[in-house]
Design a protein around this ligand. Structure first.
Ligand SMILES: Cc1cc2nc3c(=O)[nH]c(=O)nc-3n(C[C@H](O)[C@H](O)[C@H](O)COP(=O)(O)OP(=O)(O)OC[C@H]3O[C@@H](n4cnc5c(N)ncnc54)[C@H](O)[C@@H]3O)c2cc1C
Length: 256
């Protein structure tokens, strides 16, 4: 895609539009896991976005002179409707923003958001097979790519390697299972780090070199997207390049 096309897609109108803070309305809250909620936010002034991009959200915090902002990836697909975004937020205990977004928001509340941003994106003309590797809430932008491909009806092979603490903490578990059974192009390998007896997961451990090597070989991927904690992202990236994937085909997003 040329940068001009990307801008056109981004605005939907063929001209660049400056990104301003806007007051989205929380239309719905979906409880995904004990620590993660999806906030479905309706935007008054929507910009088209690419699967994998993120929005900034800012909230007032007591004792702070200015609102505090954090980045949250969009988990929904921009097709058919980019005016409503689903952000998946995992509560980080002791954090300034995520506990408020997970526990202190109700449907109908307004939230200040600005976006979209980011180059961690996939669209069908980039092709596949694609290997998606995510840990925890790192699955959010990968889910947007999967949902987008389902929405536009393309069928590049996608394999998702997804690490969670345990079955209970799998974000989008039911949606992923439904999408996997509906679409031949999607396969999912779950790995759980804190419940070695969980027979629904393929692997009972953290994402490691052996696992990445195995799924890379099976998927035949020529392109990869890795998202989650920095250490996992860097290790998986290194492994894929060692295995022969072109460095420019390995895309990463680190949730610092
Ligand atoms: C591009 C991008 C996309 C992202 N997308 C998502 C997403 O889709 N979903 C998602 O859940 N997250 C996402 N994140 C992470 C998110 O932006 C926040 O970093 C996260 O929610 C934590 O923010 P917080 O304000 O709650 O915690 P912070 O206040 O930033 O604190 C983070 C952690 O550090 C600890 N901490 C803070 N200060 C100290 C200190 N002085 N000493 C010791 N510990 C301390 C806190 O207790 C907490 O556990 C994304 C990040 C990036 C960069």
């Amino acid at each position: 895609m040329t940068s001009e096309m990307a801008v056109t897609l981004q605005t939907g109108r063929g001209r660049a539009k400056p990104k301003e803070w806007q007051k989205g309305v929380v239309a719905e809250i979906i409880v995904e896991t004990p620590e993660t909620n999806t906030l479905r936010i309706s935007l008054p002034d929507p910009l088209d976005f690419l699967p994998g991009q993120y929005y900034n959200i800012r909230i007032p915090v007591e004792g702070r002179p200015r609102p505090i902002q954090r980045a949250y990836s969009v988990g929904s697909s921009p097709r058919p409707d980019f005016s409503v975004i689903d952000v998946g937020i995992r509560e980080m205990p002791g954090g300034l923003v995520s506990p408020v977004l997970v526990r202190g928001i109700a449907p109908g509340d307004e939230l200040e958001v600005r976006g979209p941003y980011g180059n961690f994106t996939w669209t069908e003309e980039l092709g596949g097979p694609v290997l998606l590797i995510g840990a925890g809430s790192g699955v959010v932008p990968l889910m947007s790519m999967i949902r987008y491909q389902a929405a536009v009806g393309s069928s590049h092979a996608m394999h998702l390697l997804y690490s969670s603490k345990s079955h209970e903490y799998v974000i989008y578990g039911d949606d992923l299972a439904a999408l996997e059974s509906e679409h031949d192009w999607l396969s999912v390998s779950h790995t759980v780090t804190r419940d070695p007896r969980d027979s629904s997961a393929r692997y009972p451990r953290r994402i490691d070199k052996e696992m990445v090597t195995e799924v890379m070989g099976e998927s035949g991927a020529s392109r990869a997207y890795i998202c989650g904690p920095p250490e996992m992202v860097e290790d998986a990236e290194r492994t894929l390049v060692e295995l022969g994937m072109a460095p420019e085909a390995v895309h990463t997003e680190k949730y610092d």
